[in-house]
Design a binder for this molecule. Structure first.
Ligand SMILES: [Fe+2]
Length: 200
């Protein structure tokens, strides 16, 4: 069950892709209702293989983001349980290359779908972000349809939350003060720059 959309943003390719490695912004910008912390692990530093991607290992940057989700209470909890949307844990496996990534998302250990993000440069500070979402069928037509509508709405709204930030952020990333949780993003910048160097 696919769905796709795209939008223009006024920043560089790297700025758009590195958004996936700024894991704390999923809580502050995208309002992921975490029960406690949100964790990101770099997997390409370990002995892990890319997730069946047609890309060379040296062009791959992989992470896993995991979070426990706040438990719903009352009527909301009962409805969510009926619809199979009472999520306790969320996991996002992100396999990136310099100009995009695939996000394989799972809820409570069950894979629910994959999202392909491709970023195309248009001009110096203008890029088009293209998003293709593929949902796994869960085996019940009505519930599949309902979760398709819920997830599409959520993904599209989430994507658009980044747009005003992309549109106003500078492409210049020199200077600044970084904290430990910025390390994955900084590692992605090094990775990206190494591919810029190869292309030049
Ligand atoms: Fe974002």
């Amino acid at each position: 069950m696919p769905y796709r959309f795209s939008f223009l943003v006024k920043t560089s390719v790297r700025r758009v892709v590195e958004n996936a490695f700024d894991h704390h912004h999923f809580v502050t910008v995208h309002n992921v209702p975490v029960a406690d912390s949100i964790d990101l692990t770099l997997v390409n530093q370990k002995d892990t293989e890319p997730s069946e991607l047609p890309i060379a290992k040296e062009a791959w940057f992989g992470t896993v983001i995991e979070a426990r989700i706040k438990t719903l209470t009352g009527v909301g909890a009962a409805i969510a349980k009926f619809l199979g949307l009472n999520i306790e844990t969320q996991k996002n496996r992100v396999d990136a290359w310099p100009t995009g990534y695939i996000n394989i998302f799972s809820c409570d250990g069950q894979q629910r779908g994959k999202v392909l993000f491709g970023v195309t440069p248009i001009s110096k500070n203008e890029t088009r972000l293209q998003v293709l979402i593929m949902f796994n069928k869960m085996g019940n037509l009505l519930l599949d349809l309902f979760s398709y509508i819920v997830f599409v709405k959520q993904f599209k709204a989430n994507g658009l939350l980044d747009k005003p930030i992309f549109d106003t952020m500078s492409t210049d990333t020199t200077g600044g003060a970084f904290i430990r949780s910025d390390q994955p993003l900084l590692k992605f910048r090094q990775f990206y720059q190494s591919w810029v160097a190869k292309a030049q």
